[in-house]
Design a protein around this ligand. Structure first.
Ligand code: MG
Length: 463
């Protein structure tokens, strides 16, 4: 039996007003054993680089390190760097390949600390499907700088080649066939999730699926992860109001693309004018769904794990409500709990330090105003006390950070600031959770109320 975690609320959402619930499939409706899957994607890319793009054979011996990337990082394809940004898109941590870049080097590379994310040189690590990509890119940058200097293309071309081989591995069945051979190794079965969906359906919620995966892969995963646990329906296509495959999100939310109806198990298709109950489709767009079903956008909740493809574009161009699945959240909360006593010790030392710094400033001011030097000895002693406190804080910060990802620290923070990923979640997801079944474990009549978040001027900083 899986345990459920809370659902977190950014914007008030009354589930009683939600009549349609749209679900992304990969990592949302169907959960993956992410490390295993990314290992497979990584191996497939290595193999294709060598076989199809004539990369040196030793690339096939590279080892995948699941911890090398976290969600929300940004890849600078041209300079071979991977960046972690603050909520204002300022670079806070960076690596060149797998080597950390220090602050002075970073200042030399980037004229501004702030990154323009609309620049095509940057690629975000938006989903856990990007971990293998980011990891392999960093390793290839290392090789390009060193032993394979002459046999690898420039960083930008390496990134382009990686995108090409990853797409090819998805398209030509390299990845799908391996998943199909050992579904248990890659996919999590969650009977409670199916039970939850059926309970929501009984409450009158109409549930539909919009996935970028193609029909045969969708069917493979649905047959494995949904079908065996159905109690009220005879097949997964009956459970859902309709299923849309190969949806080309985020274009699905912005463009007006036509639907094709899939009419057989083999995937044959005909043109479809609109959406019908029980239908399985390919392509299409959100606009037709909203208009065809005569819905108000606010009565549709869409749940996905891709911060950009599922959530950001949707929120900008389509008024459906949004929920984000962040599979890292459970571990992040667990790690934060482990780090709690360290954070308290750091806060306490900061509290000790603050009045001493204020005292130093006032003594220096007094010397400036009254043109004397009589506080020099006291100032010297106070500065010494501050640096003694800093000597204690430094290792505590290191220990606190070590509670999280060894290379990147927290997913939701960078130092005391929010990470860019945290900003996107806060800005674009009405609610967020570790897994879909966390939502389904709650009543379909839940009223999610957002908390009042204090603004800087509402926090009493100095007591
Ligand atoms: Mg997904």
């Amino acid at each position: 039996m899986s345990t459920n975690s809370p659902v977190f609320v950014n914007r008030t959402l009354n589930m009683k007003k939600i009549n349609y619930i749209g679900l992304d499939m990969d990592h949302t409706l169907v959960r993956y054993k992410t490390e295993n899957f990314e290992q497979l994607a990584y191996a497939s890319m290595c193999q294709k680089l060598v076989n199809d793009l004539s990369y040196p054979k030793q690339i096939a011996n590279l080892k995948f390190n699941f911890n090398r990337a976290i969600r929300g990082l940004v890849i600078d394809k041209v300079r071979g760097n991977i960046l972690k940004l603050s909520r204002h898109a300022a670079i806070r941590e960076s690596y060149h390949g797998t080597r950390p870049i220090n602050f002075s080097e970073q200042k030399k590379i980037y004229k501004s600390t702030y990154i323009d994310l609309s620049d095509p040189d940057y690629d975000p690590v938006d989903t856990s499907f990007s971990y293998s990509f980011a990891t392999l890119f960093a390793q290839l940058v290392d090789l390009k700088d060193d032993e394979l200097r002459d046999s690898l293309p420039d960083y930008g071309q390496i990134a382009a080649d990686l995108i090409f081989v990853l797409d090819a591995a998805h398209r030509d069945g390299t990845i799908k066939n391996q998943v199909a051979e050992d579904l248990d190794h890659y996919i999590i079965k969650d009977p409670e999730l199916v039970e939850g969906l059926e309970r929501y359906k009984k409450h009158g919620k109409k549930i539909f699926v919009v996935t970028n995966s193609e029909y045969h892969y969708t069917k493979l995963l649905m047959d494995y992860a949904i079908q065996p646990f159905l109690k009220d329906s005879s097949s997964w296509s009956e459970l859902f109001e309709f299923v849309v495959t190969l949806a080309s999100k985020p274009r699905f939310f912005t463009d007006r693309l036509p639907f094709l109806k899939i009419t057989s198990d083999e995937g044959t298709m005909i043109n479809a004018n609109g959406i019908e109950t029980g239908g399985i489709y390919q392509g299409g767009c959100a606009d037709i769904i909203t208009k065809n079903l005569k819905l108000s956008p606010e009565e549709i909740l869409y749940i996905g794990d891709h911060i950009y493809g599922d959530i950001v574009r949707l929120k900008k161009d389509c008024a459906w409500r949004t929920a984000l699945v962040v599979e890292e959240i459970e571990e992040e909360i667990h790690n934060s709990q482990n780090a709690l006593s360290l954070v308290e010790q750091i806060d306490q030392l900061m509290e000790e330090k603050r009045p001493i710094e204020t005292k130093i400033d006032s003594l220096i001011s007094d010397q400036i105003i009254n043109e004397h030097k009589s506080h020099e000895q006291e100032i010297k002693e106070l500065i010494h006390t501050v640096s003694a406190i800093d000597t204690k804080i430094g290792p505590l910060i290191k220990k606190q950070r070590a509670c999280f990802n060894p290379y990147w620290g927290e997913v939701f923070r960078t130092g005391i600031e929010e990470s860019y990923f945290a900003y996107q979640v806060d800005r674009f997801a009405c609610i967020y959770m570790g897994k879909l079944s966390d939502l389904l474990a709650l009543s379909p009549r839940t009223y999610f109320r957002s908390n009042k978040k204090p603004l800087s001027h509402e926090i009493k900083l100095f007591t």
